[in-house]
Design a protein around this ligand. Structure first.
Ligand code: HEC
Length: 200
């Protein structure tokens, strides 16, 4: 009988492992079918921007093209950016007044799916990292925080760079430049204005 508890434990962990992994067809597509179908679906015959979301094969073919979905890299994935942008923003989806926005929980689900390597039709790309809890939507339920987009940062000598703030770690700001290099910049060296732009 000694082996039985181990077997049960193994079964439980295996099963929970399966259910916690996200899958496009099962977990993500139903959200898009509900909220994006008017303009991006086989069902409605509309493929605005050439994008069809209820056809995994089509999406798999477009993965990575024009950074639509970059597996493992949520903040480089245009699909995610469109969902994250504030309502009414030029690049926000759905367009203002033209459909129901995703809830913060649904946006986080898409973010997790991309981070897990964007598994679709049994294919999976590189895995990445989810942001710190403070950067996710879970912090302020219902409120959309600022999108992770590039902005100008100035140091105390008045030099400016364009970069995306990935996170703040203690007294260091982790910035990603347009050429994809990541820099850890001491916050004390930033101008007062740039320091004020950091999340509190
Ligand atoms: C009322 C119509 C409408 C709805 C609803 C809508 N979209 Fe769009 N979408 C568009 C249009 C129009 C474009 C093309 C915009 C352009 O090319 O400038 C577009 C383009 C896009 C693109 C860029 C495609 C590319 O490769 O350039 C993405 C990503 C996108 N939509 C995602 C979504 C998602 C996700 C939803 C649901 C949450 C959604 N859209 C809902 C109209 C819509």
């Amino acid at each position: 009988m000694k082996g039985l508890p181990t077997l049960i434990w193994l079964l439980v962990t295996t099963l929970s492992g399966v259910t916690s992994a996200l899958d496009y067809e099962r977990d993500i597509m139903p959200i898009f079918e509900k909220k994006c179908a008017d303009c991006h679906s086989r069902a409605s015959g509309e493929s605005k921007g050439g994008l069809i979301l209820d056809d995994p094969q089509h999406l798999l073919g477009r993965l990575g093209k024009n950074s639509l979905v970059v597996p493992g890299d949520w903040d480089a994935s245009y699909l995610f950016i469109t969902l994250y942008r504030p309502e009414g923003d030029e690049d926000a989806m759905p367009p203002k007044g033209k459909g129901e926005r995703l809830t913060p929980e649904e946006v986080t689900l898409v973010q997790k799916w991309i981070t897990e390597g964007a598994p679709i039709l049994g294919e999976r790309g590189a895995k990445g990292e989810m942001p710190e809890a403070s950067e996710t939507m879970e912090k302020e339920k219902g409120a959309m925080p600022e999108p992770p987009s590039p902005r100008s940062w100035t140091n105390r000598e008045g030099k400016s760079i364009i970069a995306t703030l990935l996170k703040v770690e203690g007294d260091v700001a982790v910035l990603r430049l347009a050429n994809d290099t990541v820099h850890r910049y001491p916050i004390a060296n930033l101008s007062e204005e740039s320091r004020a732009a950091l999340p509190k």
